[in-house]
Write a protein that binds this ligand. Structure first.
Ligand code: SAM
Ligand code: SF4
Length: 428
């Protein structure tokens, strides 16, 4: 059997799309390989959100050039945000790539396969419902909306993924129903801005409508979704989370900065006070809600005072998780065109470290409150001899046991806590 290897970096959307690509290749009789070295076909699912990610793509492409020189039959496919509209230029620069296709543009993958004599199934839903060979993971990522219309000034995503296109509710429900019949217990609905879901569909369903439709699938235990946009989270959505039993109490709500002028320059469309009010409403309606956020430090012109406002917002909000990134100018974006990247790299790093240090202390305090408590964990997999899974509010929990717990909801007595994960014992 021919083998494929998928290399994935970047966001959950990329991970979700890699799962779909794996299913397409599975339909053509391919099997997963463990590394580039033992694959006949390689897919690079790329990210260029920051320069450091793009550098990894260049590094991997040059490694694969060497591999292809040794094994000329190796097929190299590239997708993800590295693929811009000038595919012919990319093809000229990297002649060892066999196919470049934009994120989610599977008809191009199928058509290329057919030209090469690789018969990839066109209708993934039909294939997953009847002939799929790969067992689905207990926790699956499901793309629900492609692209982004927001054009935050620093972000390259709208230029690479295009405008928002939602998948119809029926298709998503059908996919989730099939996956759950075959063993998936939890789905995470993914999109760059899931709050925009449905506005482009004929009957304008929204995310809350989609959640209610999925909540009634019998075999499914949990539903998550990401990423939300603070300017778009509706009261209807908050009420849906509060009332639907399978929807978990966790939100990814990127704030990006604690300073109003920075938020304006980033074109985020909300103020710090509006963000505060939103968090207040969420916590009032759903007190057990856990919150993650993203922050960018060193955006052009960020003064010490403006940075301090981000730091004090982190202190005030007590997020469960904070992802901090140093601003990286991305060619073609508004900030790249209009602003000078004038914060030195060392200062960006210093600011990033300050936020991480503060957040480590906060997460450590939040998690230590779980010591001695019992948690319901959905078991995702095993790593280093330990089972692991997540609580409803997204805390990662490890435990050791000789039984087979994959895909099961288990009760764990929490015995160890840290800012990053929890450890405990299974309660029979
Ligand atoms: N759609 C989400 C949102 O509204 O924030 C997140 C998607 S974005 C691709 C993921 C994260 O990457 C962002 O939250 C931001 O913190 C970070 N990011 C995006 N562009 C960046 C840039 N040019 N420099 C540094 N970080 C960036
Ligand atoms: Fe990028 Fe902003 Fe769209 Fe998120 S909402 S993907 S940060 S443009």
């Amino acid at each position: 059997m021919p083998r494929y290897f998928i290399w994935t970096i970047g966001c959950q959307m990329n991970k979700a799309e890699s799962r779909q690509i794996a299913a397409y290749l599975d339909s053509a009789g391919y099997q997963a390989a463990t590394s580039f070295g033992n694959a006949d076909l390689v897919v690079l699912n790329t990210c260029v959100v920051r320069q450091s990610a793009e550098n990894k793509v260049f590094g991997t492409l040059s490694l694969l050039k060497g591999l292809k020189d040794e094994h000329p039959n190796l097929r190299i496919l590239v997708t993800g945000c590295f693929v811009n509209s000038h595919t012919q230029d990319l093809q000229r620069r990297f002649p060892h790539i066999d196919l470049l296709f934009k994120p989610g543009h599977y008809p191009e993958l199928v058509a290329w396969g057919h030209e090469q004599g690789i018969s990839i199934e066109q209708d993934l839903l039909r294939y997953q419902a009847s002939d799929a060979r790969m067992a689905p993971s207990p926790c699956a990522l499901i793309p629900i909306i492609q692209g982004c219309d927001n054009f935050c000034s620093y972000c390259i995503v709208p230029y690479r993924r295009g405008r928002e296109v939602s998948r119809p509710v029926e298709k998503i429900v059908c996919e989730v129903r099939e996956l759950s019949k075959r063993g998936t217990r939890e789905v995470t609905l993914v999109g760059q801005n899931v709050d925009s879901y449905g506005h482009d569909l004929p009957e304008h369903p929204d995310l809350a409508d989609l959640l209610s439709a999925l909540d009634s699938i019998d075999d499914l235990a949990r539903i998550r979704f990401l990423t939300n946009h603070p300017k778009d989270v509706s009261l209807k959505l908050i009420e849906a989370i509060a009332s639907l039993k399978k929807v978990c109490e966790h939100l990814e709500l990127p704030v990006q900065s604690g300073d109003d002028d920075m938020l304006k320059a980033m074109r985020r469309g909300y103020s710090v006070e509006r963000y505060r009010e939103l968090v207040r409403t969420i916590r009032c309606k759903i007190p057990q809600m856990s919150l993650s956020t993203d922050i960018i430090v060193g955006f052009p012109g960020e003064t010490e005072e403006q940075f301090e406002r981000s730091l004090s917002l982190v202190r005030e909000m007590r997020f469960d998780v904070v992802h901090v990134a140093a601003y990286s100018p991305r060619p073609g974006t508004i900030a790249w065109r209009e602003c000078q990247d004038n914060i030195p790299a060392e200062l960006k790093k210093e600011r990033l470290n300050k936020i991480e240090e503060l957040q480590t202390g906060i997460a450590s305090e939040i998690d230590s409150q779980l010591q001695g408590k019992e948690a319901e964990v959905l078991v995702e997999d095993k790593k280093g001899g330990k089972w692991f899974g997540r609580t409803r509010n997204n805390k990662l929990v490890f435990f050791e046991d000789a039984g087979d717990w994959l895909g099961q909801l288990v009760r764990i007595q929490i015995e160890k806590t840290s800012p990053w994960s929890l450890g405990g014992e299974i309660k029979e």
